[in-house]
Design a protein around this ligand. Structure first.
Ligand code: GDP
Ligand code: CA
Length: 319
């Protein structure tokens, strides 16, 4: 079986770990990762979502935090701060720095991001084929109003520095319109037996991947079951501030509204948490098959049960 998964950072990575446990060893899993969160810092190219997937599946993640390296130190950051060089709000550890140095060096030598990601994964052996959504630069910007003035900030500045404390007026994946899917992305979708949307952020993770021209169409036309899992449980995101960016695109923060946002043109199946049982009828009325199952990734077994439920729903849809 060939599985394609669209993924952001933490939600995507934790789900993928469960999926790997749920399927027979050697199952072909291709991950299409969000690169809209990428940011240039200290002259280095940082790809937070790709790295979260790579470190999580490769055993190098800081488990409590869900992002960054395990057993990390922050000497370089301290030294930079001593020179008055920031941003101080973005946590880059020493071990993590090495990844970004290698990546930046390879990009400067002319390798596309997809080839660089493949090279980094040779060390981490994540057990999946990890592809960036695009080799072209796409950068998610968020329009906010501060001191009566409307301006756009980088997604990381909105998320990490501002902690989404001001309303997001708009979310724009800058460069997406001109971006092409990375080599292998459309091919993987076309060859897939099932396509999964983990409980990643529907706007700034999966939404950004779908904004790359060709990807949404390829998924809709693949003719295989497309099944998603809700990142919203009981009308609130499990982690983070997804409600803020959902509001920016006019979507209510609840499991049914997110399914409707993806739409029946894209989604065949949708899993909501058991506390959202009442949403099942509303989602099914949209023409999307829906089931309520526990959706909290409290440990690996819980994530694996979610992955199994998603694959079962895919089989139901196929039948
Ligand atoms: P990010 O790039 O690190 O923000 O990660 P993703 O976009 O992949 O995932 C973020 C989303 O994961 C958030 O909207 C959370 O609500 C969701 N999430 C995190 N943990 C869980 C969980 O245990 N269960 C579910 N259903 N969603 C989760
Ligand atoms: Ca992200």
């Amino acid at each position: 079986m060939r599985i394609v998964v669209l993924a952001g950072g933490i939600g995507g990575a934790r789900f993928l770990r469960g999926l790997q446990q749920a399927v027979p060893e050697g199952t072909d899993i291709t991950v299409i990762g969000n690169t809209g969160d990428d940011i240039h810092l200290f002259g280095l190219k940082v790809c937070p979502d790709l790295d979260t997937v790579m470190y999580t599946l490769g055993g190098g993640i800081n488990e409590e935090q869900g992002w960054g390296r395990s057993e990390e130190s922050f000497r370089v950051k301290e030294e930079l701060a001593a020179y008055g060089v920031g941003p101080e709000w973005f946590g880059l550890g020493d071990r993590d720095f090495a990844t970004h140095i290698v990546r930046t060096q390879m990009l400067a030598a002319g390798y596309p991001l997809s080839a660089v990601t493949e090279a980094l994964c040779e060390r981490w052996q994540p057990g999946v084929r990890l592809l960036p959504m695009s080799d072209d630069r796409v950068e998610t910007h968020v329009a906010v109003e501060t001191d009566g003035e409307r301006k756009a900030v980088h997604f990381q500045e909105y998320w990490v520095r501002l902690r989404a404390s001001v309303p997001a007026l708009a979310v724009v994946p800058v460069g997406a319109e001109q971006a092409k899917p990375a080599p292998g992305v459309l091919e993987a979708i076309a060859r897939a037996d099932v396509i999964l949307f983990p409980p990643s952020n529907p706007v700034v993770s999966i939404g950004t991947i779908l904004a790359v021209p060709g990807i949404r169409e390829a998924i809709a036309d693949a003719g295989v079951p497309v099944v998603g899992l809700s990142p919203i449980i009981g009308d609130a995101p499990v982690r983070g501030m997804a409600d803020k960016v959902l509001a920016a695109v006019g979507v209510e923060s609840n499991a049914a509204a997110v399914a409707e946002h993806y739409g029946a043109g894209l989604l065949d199946g949708w899993l909501v948490d058991t506390v959202d049982e009442a949403a099942v009828a509303r989602v099914e009325a949209e023409g999307i098959r829906c089931r309520a199952v526990p959706l909290l990734m409290t440990d690996l077994d819980a994530s694996a049960r979610m992955a199994r439920a998603a694959l079962e729903l895919a089989e139901e849809v196929r039948a």
